[in-house]
Design a protein around this ligand. Structure first.
Ligand SMILES: [Zn+2]
Ligand SMILES: [Zn+2]
Length: 389
């Protein structure tokens, strides 16, 4: 089968000593400290095998994620930019939906022909964090498209327990292709849902919500905030195209933080003005620029306000804890999307048309054009690029 494979050399940076676990598993905890000279190519691989609890899926839509872009982009020393858990070579692709082709002999919940989307976090269910209810913090975590083969391929095998049916979406969209595209947006949307509602406990209807950074995670945060009854949604984003899409998915006000700065204004001032001096009840970090966003967020928090950190960056943020005391405010860290009804609830919201993120899809490519799709993604002129088959 054809698959989009990413290779890179294991060459720890000067001054970085991989742990014994990293050497043994060949999994880099901080990919950007280890993986050098990435290469992406369409290759021919053997079709994956099928265990008794697995399903074989033919991916029909798979989004290109910012993480995929950070796999192929390098710093000035040739190291990949992605700072997370990785093991290369790997077939990329983790935001997908597809049709079940075959099921293992012990699988009962799904069958051939079902339309599904899948979790990307392959939690073990047996380690202490998993047993304590933290699947996203699993100690033996594998990640589809990061440490094990992903869905930018003609076939993928996944454990049935990580799959969620999206058959309903075909009825809602009245079109199977559109339903697969919507289904492939479930994964990024559940990441926002997990941060805002599962981890941070949400906000009251009518609450003010601010979203920093409107890539797909930010778009999802806006759509979810609207569905949850936010009183006003303010977004901050530098890209003009993404500003436009942020409005389309439900932001009431969208500002370019760089343009604000040129006018001598800061995001915190705009947020305080638009919230009539009350501050934001929930602020979502989806920019991965905490050193810049956290100082703005902490100065424009409502009493009882919450900051949710979903964006990723290997950097420190200055933080003035006094604000959190005087405002009875909280800060929540979130990663991943598994557990807690995150997937079924997001699919229900899509099926009820309470959220529709399909307008963020701005380009479509075939699997054969996968390398081209990544090159386009690197130009950052799209909302979401989909690979279709
Ligand atoms: Zn992703
Ligand atoms: Zn585990």
């Amino acid at each position: 089968m054809k698959a989009l494979v990413l290779e890179a050399d294991w060459r720890p940076r000067d001054g970085y000593a991989p742990t014994a676990w990293e050497v043994e598993t060949r999994k880099a905890i901080t990919g950007s400290s280890v993986w050098h000279r990435p290469r992406l190519a369409l290759e021919a691989l053997a079709q994956p095998g099928l265990g008794p609890k697995d399903v074989l899926i033919r991916p029909r839509a798979c989004g290109v994620c910012g993480s995929d872009v950070h796999f192929v982009e390098t710093d000035d020393q040739g190291y990949v930019l992605y700072p997370g858990l990785t093991r290369f070579p790997v077939v990329i692709g983790h935001e997908f939906s597809g049709e079940i082709v075959e099921v293992g002999r012990e699988v009962t919940d799904v069958r051939g022909g079902d339309m599904v989307t899948c979790e990307e976090m392959i939690w073990c269910g047996e380690c202490i964090p998993c047993r304590n209810g933290y699947p996203n913090q699993c100690e033996r975590l594998e990640e589809i498209g990061f440490t094990i083969h992903g869905a930018q391929a003609e076939y993928i095998t996944v454990g049935a327990k990580y799959c969620w049916k999206i058959n309903e979406l075909a009825e809602v969209y009245g079109d199977v292709d559109k339903a697969y595209e919507a289904g492939a947006l479930t994964e990024p949307t559940t990441v926002s849902y997990n941060g805002m509602f599962t981890r941070a406990g949400g906000f009251k209807p009518g609450g003010y919500v601010v979203v920093y950074g409107t890539g797909p995670i930010g778009f999802a945060a806006i759509a979810l905030a609207r569905a949850a009854g936010a009183g006003r949604i303010i977004a901050l984003e530098v890209s003009p195209l993404r500003q436009e899409l942020a409005r389309k998915v439900g932001a009431d006000d969208v500002f370019d933080p760089v343009a604000l700065q040129k006018r001598g204004t800061r995001p915190r001032e705009v947020v305080m003005e638009l919230t009539h001096g009350q501050g934001a009840d929930m602020q979502v970090e989806a920019a991965g620029a905490m050193s810049k966003t956290v100082p703005e967020m902490e100065e424009s928090l409502a009493i009882g306000g919450k900051i949710v950190i979903i964006g990723r960056a290997a950097e420190r943020a200055p933080i003035y804890l006094e604000h959190f005391q005087t405002h009875a405010a909280q800060i929540f860290g979130a990663q991943g999307h598994s557990g807690y009804g995150n997937f079924p609830n997001v699919i229900r919201l899509m099926a009820a048309r309470r959220i529709d993120l399909t307008p963020i899809i701005t380009s479509r490519f075939s699997l054969a054009q996968g390398v081209e799709a990544l090159q386009k993604a690197m130009r950052r002129e799209d909302g979401k690029i989909m690979i279709r088959s």
